[in-house]
Design a protein around this ligand. Structure first.
Ligand code: MGD
Ligand code: MGD
Ligand code: SF4
Ligand code: MO
Length: 753
């Protein structure tokens, strides 16, 4: 027994931040289970958590860099890899300028503090403003609406799950996803607890999901129509004199304007568009107003639609009008340990469009361009064409709209570099792939998600194993050196110092808690840690909960975090108004002009809602976007990449259980196995995303045996939410028909075009 050891760490795979207990014997993981002593997750774990072992041991996970030679990827040493990057990258940058380069940061880059911290250094070194991320196939509408409302794109309020009496949840399925933009390990348990303490859970979704089944009430909504329905809720609140703005009231501007704006959105006027009966809409509005506390929470289904930002705004609006913004049991802002104490007074404000994309003129939002537009920026000739792409922790070939065009774009690049542990659908196009160590061979701290968390938590996990190559920050630093012109053998310490000093400089700046302190003194106080962890230490010690480098000995330090492997609970969320506000007015701008101007578009849509079947997405608890399908224990069993169809639709379209359906949209066509179920609304069909692992040139041996189909062949990159640049991934108009058996005439025809 003595050679067995127990280790505690936070699972980095999704937003829930579960604590894991890892048993190690002879340098190998023998068991992973939920850490019962974790201050936040109390032992909860989902089926993915224990597969950190399989990911660590996966023979397909790259241990060495890969370089593409004569169309094939071959292993090379790290020095060779960076030399190749330099040789291939610099001539293109020299000839076409820095604006020919773009970067795409995928979802795991916010689950990995080294990437979160070092991202900016790489962008600066590349010298480009062409930034793209998975944020614009996800939550950008939440950033945009928070930007317009609070002047602070990062101030996304989260539902106070543990104290609320009433949760209205739209377009989220935490029983599968474990929650998003509301970090809450054991989200399902926390939902059950609402009901157990006499509260109420209402789920709004075109599908009767697991979450919907566990709710008091499920409302079936037409995909894409949440903004209209939320406007109707607001209408009823005004109409029936139920508005009471509560603690946020004294900070609000624009209530009367909003009253006028939602006036046309009567429950009757939106019924045809939302499928929700007027008496139900009225009742829900009254319930929200009458509940002692209530929170409205919308996620993927309300964000990845043409009215994503309006829906986000209206979500917060309904919460605010019922007095639930910034109040315990309503929606509140987390205050992560690494952040400064809030300052009151006017901020710098927020707007979009400081730049726009070359081809379609889409405005920049929160520093980024819409990733749906990346393919056209690569494929359209002319000055400023993107020729160089660096992908970090992303699989745009499966995750962004219109995969056929995306893959054509990736294949046409002059140079592509990927930082990624897998040779997958995206990285197969890369000239050089630089693989980071496995999650068990790095430290972990949820910098991003403690900012979205239903309690304020701090939990640090040291690395469990030695890495088989350079750390992720070392890889990014070396890449930055090359891109910055310092060559493949530049000293990464230069970048490490730069990144650390930027954090320390800010911490000693005017108005900050460490104002006036000496940089060298602070630097000398940092421990002997990896470069990313030194930066993390600087952030935590200078944040509101930190020890301020010796000033508050009881404050957070790395030593204290290390001594508390089950995490430190900094308490329930506390009111953050008005300090969180960053608008130039210092107020909450309920009727910010860009939002209110967009309402006319929603009214036009309401007048002409199209008929016909639409496609939506779904998640399964044993999957994680596109990248965990190579884990056998997760993908074995029943086929999960199926087209869900309502029985009446199946009959009308001639589809049979076990048969195949051909789904066609404006962007493309795929064939998928049919699953007939009354858990989906009529005229709605559903495919999960992130599948389609049968592309040549990948190294995903398990995934390739059960490839599934890629639903993003069907999504259309030309339609985006104009205020956030977010892609539309739900409510895609499609036609569905029985697939022709293989080898028939029409199939062969379509193969030749
Ligand atoms: N197991 C697993 N967990 C994950 C992920 C994963 O891939 N697998 N991905 C992670 C990521 S990156 C994210 S962002 C989160 C997302 O977390 P969630 O937002 O909970 O995502 P989904 O489970 O896709 O739930 C979206 C729901 O919206 C519904 N829907 C579709 N269109 C509409 C609409 O127009 N209106 C309404 N009201 N509903 C609609 C769908 O039927 C679906 O049930 O999950 C994270 N967790
Ligand atoms: N149709 C449809 N499309 C969707 C969605 C949908 O609901 N429907 N959801 C969207 C959402 S919410 C999201 S977030 C995006 C996700 O979009 P992406 O982030 O582009 O895709 P992922 O599938 O998360 O791919 C993650 C990549 O990171 C790599 N990786 C994993 N861990 C690490 C690490 O520690 N370091 C590095 N460097 N790489 C790592 C994996 O190998 C993989 O290549 O997909 C979006 N696409
Ligand atoms: S719910 Fe998320 S954080 Fe928790 S074990 Fe599963 S994947 Fe990991
Ligand atoms: Mo996401």
């Amino acid at each position: 027994m003595s050679d067995r050891s127990l280790h505690y760490r936070t699972c980095p795979l999704c937003e829930a931040t579960c604590g894991l207990e890892v048993t190690v014997k002879d340098d190998a993981v023998v068991r992973i289970r939920g850490d019962r002593d974790d201050v936040f997750s109390h032992g909860f774990i989902c089926p993915k958590g224990s597969t950190l072992k399989q990911l660590h041991e996966d023979p397909d996970r790259l241990r060495s860099p890969m370089v593409k030679r004569d169309g094939r990827h071959v292993e090379v040493s790290w020095d060779e890899a960076f030399a190749e990057v330099e040789q291939r990258l610099m001539p293109v940058l020299d000839e076409h300028g820095r604006e020919s380069a773009a970067i795409y940061q995928g979802n795991p880059s916010v689950h990995n503090h080294a990437l979160t911290i070092y991202g900016r250094a790489l962008i600066t070194a590349l010298g480009t403003k062409s930034l793209y991320s998975a944020g614009t196939v996800d939550q950008m509408p939440r950033h945009a609406s928070s930007g317009f409302l609070y002047g602070n794109a990062l101030a996304i309020p989260v539902p106070d799950l543990d104290r609320t009496d009433y949760l209205l949840m739209l377009g989220a399925n935490p029983y599968e996803s474990n929650g998003s933009l509301a970090t809450a390990p054991d989200f399902p348990g926390r939902l059950q607890a609402i009901r157990e303490r006499g509260g109420r859970l209402v789920v709004v979704d075109p599908r009767r999901t697991k979450t919907a089944k566990a709710a008091d009430e499920h409302l079936t909504i037409r995909p894409g129509s949440d903004a209209a329905w939320l406007a109707a809720l607001a209408h009823v609140l005004f109409d029936e004199d139920l508005v009471d703005t509560g603690p946020a009231g004294e900070h609000l501007d624009g209530v009367e304007q909003v009253r006028r704006l939602v006036a046309p959105f009567t429950p009757e006027a939106v019924e045809h568009a939302t499928w929700i009966a007027p008496e139900v809409t009225r009742r829900i509005a009254r319930e929200l107003a009458e509940a002692p506390t209530a929170a409205v929470y919308g996620r993927i289904g309300t964000n990845t639609v043409p009215f994503g930002t309006l829906a986000s705004w209206l979500t917060d609006l309904v919460t605010t009008l019922t007095g639930n913004l910034d109040r315990p049991g309503g929606t509140m802002w987390p205050h992560p340990a690494h952040q400064d104490p809030h300052k009151t007074g006017p901020g710098r404000g927020f707007d979009i469009g400081r730049r726009s994309t070359r081809v379609s003129g889409h405005p920049e939002v929160h520093g980024q361009f819409p990733v749906a537009a990346l393919p056209e920026e690569i494929l359209t000739p002319g000055p400023g064409k993107i020729r160089v792409l660096v992908t970090v922790a992303g699989n745009p070939a499966r995750s962004i709209p219109d995969s056929t065009r995306t893959e054509a774009a990736l294949a046409s690049l002059d140079v592509m570099i990927s930082v990624d542990p897998y040779l997958n659908e995206t990285t197969r196009h890369a000239d050089v792939i630089l693989p980071p160590p496995s999650a068990l061979a790095r430290s972990h701290y949820d910098l991003a998600f403690y900012g979205m968390s239903v309690r304020n938590i701090a939990n640090y996990s040291p690395p469990l194993f030695d890495a088989d190559g350079p750390s992720e920050e070392e890889i990014i630093a070396r890449l930055a050196l090359v891109a910055g012109g310092q060559g493949a053998d530049g000293d990464p310490q230069l970048i490490h110092d730069m990144v650390l000093d930027a954090v320390l400089q800010r911490a000693v700046g005017p108005g900050h808690p460490l104002e006036g302190r000496d940089l060298a003194e602070l630097r000398a106080q940092l421990g002997d840690r990896s470069p990313a962890d030194r930066v993390l230490e600087a952030m935590l010690r200078s944040g509101w909960a930190g020890d301020h480098f010796g000033v508050h000995p009881e404050g957070l330090t790395m030593e204290r975090l290390e001594a508390n492997p089950h995490g430190i609970d900094l308490g329930a969320l506390t009111p953050q108004l008005p300090g969180i506000l960053r608008a130039t007015s210092g107020r909450i701008e309920l009727a910010s002009p860009r939002l209110t101007d967009d309402v006319a578009r929603l009214q036009r849509w309401l007048a002409e809602v199209p008929d016909g079947p639409v496609l939506v997405s779904r998640r399964h608890v044993r999957s994680n976007n596109s990248w965990m399908h190579n884990v056998d224990v997760l993908v074995k069993g029943r086929e999960r990449c199926t087209l869900q169809v309502h029985p009446s639709d199946a009959e009308e379209w001639g589809l049979t259980v076990g048969g195949q359906a051909c789904i066609t949209s404006a962007a493309g066509s795929v064939v998928a196995p049919v699953e007939v179920t009354d858990e989906i609304a009529r005229s709605v069909v559903c495919l999960p995303h992130g599948w389609g692992h049968d592309a040549p040139g990948t190294q995903l041996n398990v995934a390739a045996r059960r490839p599934g189909v890629n639903s993003n062949v069907l999504t259309d990159g030309s339609i985006i939410d104009p205020l956030s640049g977010n892609a539309v991934l739900n409510g895609i108009p499609v036609e569905v028909a029985p697939a022709q058996p293989e080898g028939t005439e029409s199939q062969r025809e379509s193969e030749t075009v």
